[in-house]
Design a protein around this ligand. Structure first.
Ligand code: URA
Length: 233
């Protein structure tokens, strides 16, 4: 395997950034700084990046988790809070692709495929992200239209979104909101901008993947077709 692919497969960084690391002399093979960016790694080679030995995962796994609230989207948390990787059944080290807030539930992908993960997190792969949001108060059609057109969430105007009013009771409204960007806490900031702060938020779709009937806290393997879809986008 070519060295930049080997480094990307280990989840260190993208192939392009791996080339930069090689150029900066930060990659060693069998103890010697690598000078040839076209080097093909052979069985038994020891590859180090910044002094740390790396190895691509051999068995690649892909999960779709229905994240519960109260979990941090990370592999470890300094404050000792529960992390999403605890919910993956196998003993294989995986990491989340993208993030959901501590208080957001729903669809999250976890994998040990560093290359795919790096690719999916690149801004050029802005998937449609569909959320069900329960917000405070009754949202009018005009407010929903404002949300859909784009709102200022503090130095940034969101691009057009799809917004559907689903139902409301005396104190709150449920909406389906599909966004095509991924700013930090974007849906919460958008709803706050129209005066209806989020009370509950759940991601129900990502590209053509959906949460379906997967129970909260449960995880399932992605089908081969779903993995292919993610690799092709
Ligand atoms: N938007 C948010 O505000 N929070 C999330 O977790 C995801 C999208």
């Amino acid at each position: 395997m070519r060295i930049n692919k080997y480094i990307a497969s280990a989840g260190v960084t993208s192939r392009r950034k791996a080339d930069e690391l090689i150029e900066e002399g930060k990659v060693k093979v069998n103890g010697a700084v690598l000078v040839n960016p076209g080097y093909h790694v052979e069985d038994g080679d020891v590859v180090e990046v910044n002094g740390v030995a790396i190895r691509p995962e051999t068995k690649l796994v892909y999960y779709l988790l229905n994240k519960p609230t109260g979990y941090v989207t990370s592999t470890a948390d300094e404050e000792g809070r529960a992390v999403v990787t605890e919910l993956v059944p196998d003993n294989i080290r995986v990491f989340p692709v993208g993030r959901l807030d501590y208080n957001t539930s729903g669809l999250l992908i976890l994998t040990n495929d560093g290359e795919l993960s790096n690719k999916l997190m690149h801004p050029r792969h802005e998937f449609n992200k569909k959320y069900l949001a329960r917000v405070n108060g009754i949202v009018s059609r005009a407010e929903a239209a404002r949300l859909a057109k784009g709102v200022d969430i503090g130095g940034f105007v969101t691009s057009p979104a799809e917004v559907e009013l689903i139902r409301h009771d005396k104190n709150s409204t449920v909406m389906e909101i599909t966004i095509h960007e991924g700013k930090n806490r974007q849906v919460r900031r958008m709803c706050k901008a129209i005066g209806h702060p989020v009370e509950e938020l759940c991601r129900v779709g990502l590209g053509n993947l959906t949460i379906g009937k997967l129970a909260v806290g449960q995880c399932r393997k992605l089908s081969p077709a779903e993995v292919e879809y993610l690799k092709k986008v």
